[in-house]
Design a protein around this ligand. Structure first.
Ligand SMILES: O=C(O)CCC(=O)C(=O)O
Length: 312
């Protein structure tokens, strides 16, 4: 169970009072939807329960038209284009060889340099967070063509919210990103994962459940983690993971493992269930990088901690 202090919404809100520039993005939508919130107010799915599922969203063209209007899509291989066109059906897309070996080598060198000069260090066990803020090269990989493709998939302009670099397998248990990087309406985020070397069964490949994005979005209420007006929920994250495990088993969706080649990109839908396999062969690294993007047409927040997302 989480400690009382970690659960206190007031402490998060007080920190956020000083983050106006990074939080102002939600205000136009709060106003449009009649939500009585300040930029720093706690927010969670409970605040949207009375609203229509697509409240506030502008209309979008069908996916095929959005992609056809995107120059970066025209530049892809036939396999990449076909995979993106099937994104809404599958919940993921694979872009083989999206980044050249030279680009990937440059990114790996850049990360090594950031680590050697102590500009970046591990957080949450094995994650190098937000390297794109320190590296123009890593930022360029996440911006540009990749961000444009994600925007076409979402149907809205997108903001690069976060990058995570790994030197080892994440070994993260299966989850949907929508519990971490949440939006109202649902589905306003996507992630692009980049293989920075060849991935083998032994070095902790990414796993995913095709079509699982069509399962319900499992949020705080689903595992009794809503909390109160003053406190966020008291459940440990392991309880969410156990809940998802059970839902996947009930749905009977077979797991797939992505044995990527260096430079391949895997884009996943906001609600695609995915995670990292055990990293069995410790002699190997698993160099990879993942970018998380938020739609600019959505309210962006973090469901578990009930905090608005800090952008920029
Ligand atoms: O890289 C991986 O193994 C998984 C990463 C992941 O689950 C995430 O970034 O949401």
């Amino acid at each position: 169970m989480l400690s009382f202090l970690r659960r206190l919404k007031l402490s998060y809100a007080t920190y956020n009072v000083f983050q106006h520039r990074k939080l102002v993005h939600n205000l136009p939508l709060y106003a449009k939807l009649g939500l009585k919130k300040q930029y720093f107010s706690p927010i969670s799915s409970r605040d949207f329960a009375h609203l229509p599922l697509d409240a506030g969203l502008p209309p979008v063209l069908p996916l095929a038209e959005r992609l056809a209007n995107t120059p970066a899509f025209q530049a892809l291989s036939a396999a990449g284009r076909a995979s993106l066109l099937a994104f809404e059906e599958n919940g993921f897309a694979v872009l083989p060889g999206f980044f050249s070996a030279e680009t990937v080598d440059g990114i790996n060198q850049e990360l090594d340099n950031l680590i050697a000069t102590k500009q970046i260090s591990l957080r949450y066990r094995n994650k190098f967070m937000f390297a794109f803020r320190q590296s123009a090269r890593i930022r360029a990989a996440g911006e540009g063509a990749l961000r444009k493709l994600v925007a076409a998939l979402l149907g809205h302009e997108t903001t690069l919210f976060q990058s995570i670099n790994f030197l080892t397998g994440s070994e993260q248990r299966t989850h949907s990103d929508s519990i971490h990087m949440s939006t109202f309406p649902l589905g306003g985020m996507a992630a692009a994962w980049v293989a920075l070397e060849d991935i083998t069964p032994g070095n902790g490949p990414l796993h995913y459940y095709p079509g699982s994005h069509k399962l319900p979005y499992y949020l705080n209420a689903d595992y009794q983690n809503e909390g109160t007006d003053w406190l966020i929920g008291d459940k440990e994250y392991t309880e969410y993971e156990a809940y998802i495990n059970q839902k996947i088993a009930e749905a009977g969706i077979p797991k797939q493992v992505f044995l990527a080649r260096k430079g391949d990109v895997f884009i996943w839908h906001a609600n695609l269930m995915h995670g990292g396999e055990p990293h069995l062969d410790k002699a190997q690294t698993r160099k990879s990088m993942v970018f998380h993007y938020f739609s600019q047409a959505h309210i962006c927040y973090h469901e578990i901690t009930q905090r608005p997302a800090l952008l920029g």
